[in-house]
Write a protein that binds this ligand. Structure first.
Ligand code: PGA
Length: 252
């Protein structure tokens, strides 16, 4: 069985005070036995302090992005080695806000994926179509392209230590989640696409859904056979919501 994951993507939110309060609430009410794996991804500047607050407890630490280069003259960038150095285990690559707002190409995302793995960070590779793609019937074509670039650069075996997140762009931060059926169709497509290269790896790869997941819709999304947890934006900033989502993932 694939162990579900719930990852909180804080995006550009939080203050030191807010973060401490949120972590305290999460840890004090964290379920004793959670089947699901849990992690939070704060902004870069807060990683080290949040890592300290997490105190090697049940919640892991991840970053929201990483530089594709290992080190050097890249002003403003943060390397995989640095993320590792401050205690990160995971890093999100290719989030749609990076792809669409900051024009990151599929190739750059694939290089970031490789850079993360080179430092033993687990990349959470985001893929997802825009509303116009979906309306034009191009969802699978877009997802296949985003996925294939990584598979070609890194090989299918790279997925043995990676996580995929399907995040339809039109569902992110809009309150309009994909229906469980819409999510499942794409998740099954992703698994099939990986399976064409390696059936065993496809069965083991965890594919998260992201896009307006909340306590109220998490269970039905996570009930889908190919949905292995969630990448949670807005709802991860609220301890009660986030813990309810974690509970939904743990009871699937
Ligand atoms: P959302 O964001 O849950 O606020 O829609 C998800 C994400 O962007 O990872």
């Amino acid at each position: 069985m694939r162990r579900p994951i719930v990852a909180g993507n804080w995006k550009m939110h939080g203050t030191r005070v807010d973060n401490a309060r949120l972590i305290e609430e999460l840890l004090s009410r964290y379920p004793d036995r959670s089947i699901a794996q849990c992690l939070v991804c704060p902004p870069f500047v807060y990683l080290q302090e949040v890592g300290r607050l997490l105190r090697d407890g049940p919640i892991g630490l991840g970053a929201q992005d990483v530089c594709a280069e290992a080190q050097g003259a890249f002003t403003g960038e943060v390397s995989a080695a640095m993320l590792k150095d401050v205690g990160c285990g995971h890093v999100i690559v290719g989030h749609s806000e990076r792809r669409w707002v900051y024009h990151e190409s599929d190739q750059l995302v694939a290089r970031k994926f490789a850079a993360a793995q080179a430092r033993a960070l687990v990349p959470i590779l985001c893929v997802g179509e825009q509303l116009s793609d979906r309306e034009a019937g191009r969802t699978e074509e877009v997802i296949a392209r985003q996925l294939d670039v990584v598979l070609e650069l890194c090989g299918v075996s790279a997925l043995e230590s990676a996580v995929i997140a399907y995040e339809p762009v039109w569902a992110i931060g809009t309150g309009r989640s994909a229906t469980p059926e819409q999510a499942e169709v794409v998740h099954a497509f992703i698994r099939e696409r990986i399976g064409a290269r390696d059936a065993k790896i496809a069965m083991a790869t965890r594919i998260l859904y992201g896009g307006s997941v909340k306590a109220g819709n998490a269970a039905e999304l996570f009930d889908q056979p190919d949905v292995d947890g969630g990448l949670i934006g807005g709802a991860s900033l609220n301890a009660e919501e986030f813990l309810a989502i974690l509970a939904a993932a743990g009871s699937r």
